[in-house]
Design a protein around this ligand. Structure first.
Ligand code: SF4
Ligand code: SF4
Length: 286
């Protein structure tokens, strides 16, 4: 029988609320224990070397794991970055093991096989980079541009991201390598971010007929109440959340566009309607 191949994963949390970790830990199929302890793909096993929310260790011994990865053989591990990167004043607004997060992220990203930006903060700056952005937070992609880092980068945005978006992408990499993940111009896997919410929304017929809800939980399209599904690329209407139980529009509230680079500054106020010129799909006259 072929030996099981171990894929080391180093998962750092930078400027984050840790909600992305919480979302991924709630994965139902496969369960997170299957992902971390079993072979999620036959013959392939993830070896999670560092993850501050779930690991038992602390202090100097776990920081040594980061140092060993950054200084070890290049291209041997996948780096997951959860959160945006504080860069102002030398990065003193966020530290990891007494070193600025930005320095850790640069060293680990340069030496990694691939980097996954988990969540909208890592992918596009997100909440922590929202104005006035006192810590000078930037996305992982922006850090790569500034530092000339050319390690392959996949973005899994979402506030938080759906567990399937992360685990499905990791599983695809384990089976077929990085080249098996088809991404859009923003580095998002097209398998999960390839279509507009609006294309698959069960309320779409209301939009086309010009029937708009006046209050949350009313029947009708939620466009007038601030729905950003017309400009938001994700499969939430098909996949739904909490193990397929429901999703935001299914419960009567508008999509906030959390997977897009414009979130949150340019896509807010959340409960005000988008200007019509922002619509990618022309709205029928009512
Ligand atoms: S605007 Fe929002 S609620 Fe209306 S059809 Fe599009 S996605 Fe659905
Ligand atoms: S429905 Fe919209 S706000 Fe909700 S998770 Fe999906 S993309 Fe984000």
């Amino acid at each position: 029988m072929a030996a099981t191949r171990e894929i080391p994963v180093v998962w750092i949390q930078t400027a984050t609320c840790s909600g992305c970790s919480v979302s991924v830990l709630n994965s139902a199929s496969p369960k997170i224990t299957d992902l971390l302890l079993s072979e999620v793909i036959p013959g392939r096993h993830i070896n999670l070397r560092f993850q501050a929310t779930v690991m038992a260790g602390s202090g100097e011994p776990v920081i040594e794991v980061l140092d060993a990865a950054a200084k070890g053989e290049p291209g041997t591990y996948v780096l997951v970055v959860e959160g945006s990167i504080p860069t102002k004043d030398g990065g003193i607004y966020g530290t990891l093991g007494e070193e600025p997060m930005v320095d850790r992220a640069i060293a680990l990203a340069k030496n990694a096989m691939a980097v996954v930006g988990l969540g909208t903060c890592a992918s596009f700056g997100g909440i922590f980079a929202a104005g006035p952005n006192p810590g000078g937070c930037i996305s992982v992609g922006r850090l790569f541009e500034q530092e000339g880092i050319d390690t392959p980068l996949i973005n899994i945005p979402g506030c938080p991201p759906h567990p399937d978006w992360f685990i499905g992408t990791i599983a695809t990499v384990l089976v077929g390598g990085l080249e098996a993940v088809d991404v859009d111009e923003l580095g998002r896997p097209t398998r999960f971010y390839g279509q507009l919410i609006h294309e698959n929304c069960p309320r779409r017929a209301y939009f086309d007929e010009g029937k708009f809800a006046a209050h949350l939980s009313d029947e009708g399209c939620l466009y007038e109440l601030g729905c950003k599904g017309t400009i938001t690329h994700a499969d939430c209407p098909l996949r739904r959340w909490n193990n397929g139980t429901n999703w935001v529009i299914g419960s009567g509230a508008p999509c906030n566009g959390c997977v897009e680079p414009e979130f949150p500054d340019l896509i807010s106020p959340f409960y005000e309607r988008l200007p019509e010129e922002a619509l990618l799909v022309p709205r029928k006259e009512s």
